[in-house]
Design a protein around this ligand. Structure first.
Ligand code: BES
Ligand code: MN
Ligand code: ZN
Length: 498
């Protein structure tokens, strides 16, 4: 997508579609006011007649509006005037993008970026516009045969700004929005691919391709024998039943000399059958999404590389397939992690933590400024927070707050969950240093506590994205979360925000 920022008026620009907003009680947004004046009252007339709704996110497309140079005017409801939030703004942009994508419009000028939005700025309005548009236009088509439906022809988006100094900020917002959207799209694509295509080796190849031709980015992939030599008995116990070889993917982006890196670790279970503790059949297909942690951190790396951020970022992905077979790990088996701690595998379906613990131990070598793991880790987190917020756990109040705040700003929200000795005690084992499950209560937290046993002395946070990484039902598909949240953390850390 191409963007430009402009101070020209809604009615004066010859684009395929101009976007304006209207508020409840006949209040017009800045662009709508101009279109209304130029057209001698068309907008107000149609609000009165009920053909235009002012409810937030309701969009009407008008054609042949007199006095307006654009072919179409998309009018979207923005709700109560003076009360527009970023969430409402994004909802409106999403509705507009959906409506416009059904037309043949190639060039658009949006005047919504002129509206006063609570706690926002031209930078964020432009960025959220870009992110929302890409979110709407995304289609997963690579597995469909036959003649593919053409994507939307939309190519250029103009962002209306009030003054020249806002133009620079809007342009930067659009550029960052494009970077984040590219990361989100990659994460969606990897998540949506079926497990017979998106194997651990496929993830590894994708990570290598990302690094090819980027001087700041390198990818290295460890195979099973290398992992065995490192003592990753826990990770390897998960892939023991699978014909697909496990991979440890290590990506390093150097944008800031010798600074300590931020390290992102992503759960890459390319399919989770549960192993010998086999999952029930219904909806098991959705366990192809059990690598969305990996997709999220690789997507974030793609975003950072595209935005060329001045930061050092490492991504570590333990990638495995969790299968039952005669070589699979059995309930009660005891494995030794890279840290030296032993684990009694009471349930082979609690496999995410078994691969993450070795990836976390491996990551110590990078002396991370902060380390954040991302995982579709527990059904219990879905019970606790639903599909709306990612669970955030951390051994540092500061880091947890930082991530929480980034989620709010990026419109990719999380919510804190506790950690603590009383929960960790649920992981006691009679036979090994710990068990891999903590019993029926507080499953998201005991999973976090398990990881906490491998992050002593690290500035660490754990994101449980089991509820947020994909949508079920008719709109089944990966969400690309938490790429926006993580990108926001990194943008803020490296001082790239205006
Ligand atoms: N990948 C699942 C978690 C999951 C389940 C994510 C459903 C999204 C939707 C994970 O590997 C798992 O199976 N966790 C178990 C842990 C339990 C055995 C302690 C779970 O949540 O049931
Ligand atoms: Mn599982
Ligand atoms: Zn899993």
């Amino acid at each position: 997508m191409e963007y430009f920022a402009t101070t020209s008026k809604a009615s004066r620009r010859a684009v395929d579609c101009v976007v304006v907003g209207v508020y409840a009680r006949n209040r017009l947004g800045i662009g709508a006011e101009d279109v209304d004046t130029a057209s001698k009252g068309e907008i107000k007339k149609r609000i009165k007649s009920g053909d235009i709704s002012t409810s937030i996110g309701r969009c009407t497309i008008l054609t042949n509006v007199p006095g307006v140079k654009a072919d179409r005017v998309a009018v979207v409801g923005l709700g109560k005037s003076g009360k527009l939030t970023v969430t409402g703004f994004k909802k409106a942009v999403t509705a507009v993008a959906q409506a416009i994508s059904r037309t043949k419009a190639k060039s658009v000028l949006t005047c919504l970026t002129l509206e006063p939005v609570v706690d926002s700025s031209s930078y964020y309005l432009a960025r959220h516009t870009a992110e929302a548009v890409h979110d709407v236009l995304y289609r997963f088509t690579q597995m469909k045969s036959g003649r593919k439906k053409k994507g939307s022809p939309l190519k250029t988006i103009g962002l209306a700004v009030a003054k020249r100094s806002d133009a620079t900020k809007a342009k930067l917002g659009a550029e960052h929005g494009e970077g984040i959207a590219a990361g989100v799209s990659l994460a969606k694509e990897l998540g949506n691919l079926p497990a017979n295509v998106c194997t651990p080796s496929y993830l590894a190849r994708t990570a290598k391709k990302l690094a090819a031709g980027n001087g700041k980015l390198t990818t290295k992939v460890l195979n099973e024998s290398e992992m065995k030599r490192l003592g990753m008995g826990s990770l390897l116990s998960v892939s023991a039943g699978s014909a697909e070889p496990a991979k440890l993917i290590v990506m390093q982006y150097k944008g800031a000399g010798n600074d300590q890196p931020v390290v992102l670790v992503g759960k890459g279970v390319t399919f989770d059958t549960g192993g010998i503790s086999l999952k029930p059949g219904p909806a098991m297909d959705e366990m192809k999404f059990d690598m969305c942690g990996a997709a999220g951190v690789i997507g974030t790396m793609a975003a950072v590389a595209k935005m060329k951020l001045p930061i050092n970022l490492n991504v570590v992905v333990p990638a495995v397939e969790n299968m039952p077979s005669s070589t699979a790990t059995k309930p009660g088996d005891i494995v030794k992690s890279m840290s030296g701690q032993t684990i009694e595998v009471l349930n082979t379906d609690a496999e995410g933590r078994l691969i993450l613990c070795d990836a976390l131990t491996y990551s110590r070598r990078f002396k991370p400024a902060a380390i954040i793991d991302v995982a579709t880790l527990t059904g219990a987190c879905v019970v606790a927070l639903g599909a709306h917020r990612t669970g955030i756990m951390s051994n540092s109040d500061e880091l947890r707050e930082e991530i929480f705040g980034a989620g709010e700003t990026a419109e990719d929200r999380g919510w804190p969950l506790p950690l603590g000795d009383e929960y960790a005690a649920q992981l006691k084992s009679n036979f090994a240093d710990m068990a891999n499950i903590g019993g029926p209560g507080g499953g998201a937290v005991t999973a976090g506590c398990f990881l906490g046993k491998f992050t002593d002395g690290l500035n660490w946070a754990h994101l449980d994205i089991a509820g947020t990484a994909w949508k079920s039902g008719a709109k089944k598909g990966a969400s690309g979360r938490p790429v926006p949240m993580l990108s926001q953390v990194l943008l803020a850390r490296c001082g790239a925000l205006p």
